[in-house]
Design a binder for this molecule. Structure first.
Ligand code: ZN
Length: 226
């Protein structure tokens, strides 16, 4: 049974206005087409066209917060594809959050997600062990499902105990988040199964799986993994 409901274009317009208030800007059609061309993406079945993406960047950060609203460009009507958010470095995704259900809480959840991704760009931490910029580390299960996400520094030779250092993603900015953003995050994370490998204390360097949502066939995957 699907809990998805049809979203109307007036809700799309309202969502777009609120995202813009957070400081996100609309990604141009030209930019979206350029990104697709550089990856040589071939559209899977039932693609209805390009979706409205919103982007947030900060001059001090390599990260980009990207929101795929699933709205078709040129208007505010929603496509059948699922809306989701991600963090990217250049053209590479370093975090893909689970797609959002179009329930009656959709707009609220989407805004919570937008707030967290923006905060990750803005408040990314330096490693407490060596001062380097920490990387986003997404831990996935065999199905490519995100199970947990941390900031990670693998400069083990510069760390006192020679272990990787990890910090929960929202920890550096949790105190600055709205109640809505925290509710979105806590509910979303509690749906992940209790797969909690503690990275701290692990002798082995953790795997970093950067998966691409299986919507597209990618002819040049090396462009994704760099
Ligand atoms: Zn470090």
């Amino acid at each position: 049974m699907s809990h998805d409901t049809v979203l109307h274009s007036y809700q799309g317009k309202k969502l777009a206005q609120q995202i813009a208030r957070f400081g996100y800007t609309l990604v141009s059609k030209y930019q979206l087409q350029k990104e697709e061309t550089s990856l040589q993406l071939s559209p899977p079945r039932n693609q209805e066209g390009l979706k409205k993406h919103y982007s947030f960047k900060s001059p001090s950060s390599k990260l980009e917060a990207r929101l795929n609203t699933s709205m078709l460009i040129g208007g505010y009507s929603f496509s059948k594809n699922a809306p989701f958010g991600m963090l990217r470095v250049g053209n590479k995704r370093v975090l893909t959050l689970p797609s959002l259900r179009r329930s009656k809480y959709f707009v609220r959840n989407f805004l919570g997600m937008a707030e967290i991704l923006k905060a990750a760009v803005y408040y990314y931490p330096s490693c407490p062990g060596c001062g380097a910029h920490m990387q986003v580390h997404e831990v996935c299960n065999e199905d490519g499902r995100m199970m947990s996400v941390h900031w990670l520094c693998n400069n083990t030779s510069y760390h006192r105990d020679r272990n990787p250092i990890s910090i929960d993603l929202i920890k550096p900015f949790a105190a600055k988040l709205s109640k809505n953003a925290l509710r979105y995050w806590n509910r979303m994370m509690s749906k992940r199964t209790s797969y909690h490998k503690k990275i701290a204390g692990m002798k082995e360097k953790p795997r970093n799986i950067r998966h691409v949502r299986k919507e597209w066939d990618i002819a040049r995957p090396y462009n994704v993994t760099r």
